[in-house]
Design a protein around this ligand. Sequence first.
Ligand code: HSE
Length: 432
Amino acid sequence: MSDLRVGLAGLGTVGTGVIRMLDRRAADLAARTGRTVKVVAVAARDRTRDRGVDLSGLAWFDDPVALARDGGIDVFVELMGGDGDPAKAAVEAALDLGRPVVTANKALLARHGVDLARRAEANGASLHFEAAVAGGIPIVKTLRESLAGNQLERVSGILNGTCNYILTRMLEEKLSFNVCLGEAQRLGYAEADPTFDIDGYDTAHKLALLTSLAFGTQVDADSIYVEGIRQLTLADLEAADDLGYKVKLLGVALRTETGIEQRVHPTMVPKHWPIAQVSNVTNAVAVDGDAVSLTLVGPGAGGDATASAVVGDLTDVAKGGKDFTFGIPVGLLQKAERAPMQRHEGGYYIRLAAVNKPGTAATIAQRMADEHISLESIVQRRPDLADDAAATAHVILITYATTEEAVRRAIAAIEADGVVASLPQVIRIEKD
Ligand code: HSE
């Protein structure tokens, strides 16, 4: 059989990782696919930079769109990133020619996934994106193919290594959020603009893709409720730890009576859950189906891990694999309804900076009772200041299952009563 000639746009850590991996694994990949998979052309901005890989003999394109259209390649690999051009234009150019595309670009697919999948179908091309979600964890293939026999009820995961690293380090080393964020940036985990990581948007992009694969819905990142981790303090992580929970930034997609609920927010998970034990930069995805429930854990970022996913997709392309981008034809994908967060049901952690005066605790308890919220535990620590009367006391409430609406109403009433000194902290709890 003929060679599979790869055109690769983007020569960063992942791009160079792909070149090295294809080289290292050449004999085995040829045995698996019956073809030699080799990079023949690349596109990147700077021709002069030493990237530590041998690029001699490869055709060089300054314009990734020209590479995508070039007749000398059989598959276009997009590793530039960004939800606009040139990545979008280059992917579209390849698909329009019926050429398979492999991409790691979560932002592009979260925003334009349905249009690109439609374009792929119309032109008889295939669009592969294993590397776009949770790096080296093969969750796309798992959802699209391996679990096809299941009706899936829930997909949830730690999908951002930067946030998981920050939350782990804060608790383990008793460090502040800002110190840990700086460290994550120094180590190269964070996106160029780290607000994408810490405010939850990177997780939302990945969740949008998982939701489509798991539930047959149109990719719709805008219908996801998103809350990040920047407001979390070490005191919250320690309190959660004392109460038997770890705090994780989770992306959750859930089948409910009113539609598919998609949300990203800090979540307290019982310490004995596998996902609670996933620390540092590692990612995890838990899938609950009617026949199988499983958790996949692995590296969510990094050159080799992401290259592993790209090379897996290239292997599928070499074998002629032509799955529908999101598992089923675009015309059958259902519109994603935004399940209103106000109706979310579950347990809650509420930390209040309570004014230290008689009646405060009674007021808080009464407002909770007014909303029929049942309390599982109440903890109040003695204020740190010598002058107790001048201090505020942290009151931590853990509720039994209630609704977001009831919690928000109770907190608004407590604030109106004037018994709290600063904004309350609210963290949703996932329980057995
Ligand atoms: N910034 C991302 C993370 C990289 O921290 O997980 C992988 O998408």
